[in-house]
Design a protein around this ligand. Sequence first.
Ligand code: NDP
Length: 281
Amino acid sequence: MQDDIPTVSLPSGVDVSALGLGTWMMGEEAHNEADEIASIRKAIDVGMTLIDTAEMYADGKSEQVVGKAIAGRRDDVFLVSKVYPWNADAKGTISACDRSLERLGTDYIDLYLLHWRGPHALRETVAAFETLKQQGKIGAWGVSNFDTADMEELFSVPNGELCAANQVLYNLSRRGPEFDLLPWCQKHHVPLMAYSPIEQGRILRNHELIRIAKAYQATPAQIALAFLLERDGVIAIPKSSHPHRVEENRGAADLDISEEDWTALDAAFPPPSRKVPLEML
Ligand code: NDP
């Protein structure tokens, strides 16, 4: 029997799966497309229904792969995409979104993010996002790679407090956000979406992670994801182009880690004791 995947509530009240699927690097090589589509469909089948992409990924080809995978199943998916910072002015945001919709083969994106801070004033980007919402092209908007001071600034512009998520680098080996950004987001009810949740595979060789995983007959990736699922208001979006790994990652929701092992993980991957500037990949 599998446990349900936890959900996280967006400010609008919509509940989304706290475990989704990333798609960076998908669409790069045509010969991988069948596996990529199978992985996205597997994610939907096992309840990892939040699918994250961006106009940047493979120059739009990731969005095309996602579009093929979700064809006929659009309503089962919570779709996230992102606009390049240099496109995020009043007109550019609207045209970038239209191009993404075309590639995704849909008429709405559930959550549309500013990929990182760029040359355009936040108030202009927010106004464009609000226009997209009124047009029904997006359900909600958010940001990515915003540190605490960026969030404060965002909340000071008109409608900035309508931000529905902040997607940042957060995993066992990058716990900096726990010092101030995560508490800030929790206080303001802005879900934190953890990207590179298994550090692109690099943390999986950690001896302590391997030891703890063995004790639960689990894998290091599952423990790393369980660590994120344990936190309020955190969504993890591991990427895999292999359906069996997607299934493995979904198993993270079934783990029940003891206090003793959380403490052991804290010793191996210490939480921050002071402000650490937000890192980016
Ligand atoms: P992840 O931490 O998700 O790691 C992905 C890598 O780990 C891939 O090489 C994958 O290989 C491998 N992998 C996945 N599952 C397993 C497993 N169970 N065991 C062993 N290896 C595994 O890194 P990403 O950087 O891809 O981050 C996830 C998503 O976050 C991205 O895809 C993207 O959607 C988003 N992102 C957003 C950023 C932003 O600036 N907003 C920046 C970076 C990422 P394989 O595919 O071969 O299985």
